[in-house]
Design a protein around this ligand. Structure first.
Ligand code: ADE
Ligand code: ZN
Length: 335
């Protein structure tokens, strides 16, 4: 099989599924701990990585939330975002839609304004300096009450112009999409676009995916790999042209497989599947490593890699004009 690593690295790409808090690399975590006079139970990056022992979603989430303890000041959120955007730019990501988890900070006494002002300043800086374009998606933590999500939604309204949509993440078990029906109705009424995690191999996965379609009316599905178990569900997702944001290296850590054969099947079915990094500081690998792993494992062709990239731009929440400009850039690269 032809080696397509260089082709993948050079592709101008869009990333649609990355949690900013999941980009907190061990080095930056140690630096912020020192800056904020916090004691971490690790003396080095290697020790920290060695303690990243997770094999399912709940055990990952425990490490992920613990890691956030070093994010206190606006500058910390700025530096976190800048580090991701520099890395993404170095991998030829030209556009990113990034999640953030405000409740993971407000519940620690950090103001919503502190979080979003730091992130926003980094987005503006990075666009000026590097040309990388970005949008922000606010996620609600599904293992917290719907009332807390609603309060967070209301708190966000002052910043509506800085947030393109809302999502739903954290522990899915026992926390179905319908738990947040009213919150997402209100979010839609406020002008936000809607997405939700349907994490891989969860209890009631296909029921949850159906709920995102029939009860919520999402504009995208995060992960959603288990849709392949239900032909009618696949047809509906295809008819609605919904993007599925799959994260293979992440899947390999929290399930028994990277689900790369499933990504290929989704391409074969004409679903708008995309490849993304999720929490690259914890599931090591940014978008290029995820694409390379997928290409090698599933034996994807150049045409299929191009299709994944088209899917990401088409499935993004940019305007048609903006999408067309990025797709022309992709055409020029391929030519
Ligand atoms: N929060 C951060 N990463 C997540 C993931 N992969 N699934 C659910 N919630 C998350
Ligand atoms: Zn995710």
């Amino acid at each position: 099989m032809e080696n397509l690593d260089g082709f993948i690295e050079g592709l101008p790409k869009a990333e649609l599924h990355v949690h900013l808090e999941g980009t907190l690399e061990p080095g930056l975590k140690l630096k912020l701990a020192r800056r904020n006079n916090l004691d971490l139970p690790y003396a080095s990056e290697d020790e920290m990585r060695a303690a990243y022992a997770f094999d399912d979603l709940p055990s990952f989430l425990k490490v992920y939330y613990e890691g956030m303890s070093v994010l206190l000041e606006e500058q910390d959120f700025h530096d976190l975002t800048t580090a991701y955007l520099e890395k993404a730019h170095a991998q030829n990501v030209v556009y990113a839609e990034m999640f953030f988890d405000p409740q993971a900070h407000t519940t620690r006494g950090i103001a919503f304004d502190t979080v979003i002002n730091g992130i926003r300043r980094a987005q503006v800086d990075a666009e000026d300096r590097l040309g990388i374009q970005t949008r922000l998606i606010m996620c609600f933590l599904r293992d917290m009450p719907a009332e807390s999500a609603m309060e967070t939604l209301e708190r966000s309204l002052d910043y509506k112009d800085w947030i393109i949509g809302v999502g739903l993440d954290s522990d899915e078990k026992g926390n179905p999409p319908v738990k947040f029906k009213q919150v997402f109705e209100r979010a839609r009424a406020e002008g936000y676009l809607l997405t939700m995690h349907c994490d891989v191999d969860q209890q009631d996965s296909t029921t949850h995916i159906w709920q995102t379609l029939n009860d919520i009316g999402v504009d995208r599905i995060d992960h959603g790999v288990n849709a392949l178990e239900d032909n009618a569900l696949c047809r509906e997702i295809k008819d609605r042209k919904l993007a599925l944001t799959v994260c293979p290296i992440s899947n390999g850590y929290v399930t028994d497989s990277r689900k790369t054969a499933e990504i290929k099947t989704m391409l074969d079915l004409g679903l708008r599947v995309t490849v993304n990094s999720d929490d690259p500081a914890y599931f090591p690998g940014y978008i290029n490593e995820n694409l390379i792993a997928t290409q090698r494992e599933a034996g994807l062709s150049k045409a299929q890699l191009i299709q994944l990239t088209i899917n990401a731009f088409e499935g993004s929440w940019l305007s048609t004009t903006e999408k067309d400009a990025f797709l022309r850039r992709l055409d020029a690269y391929v030519a």
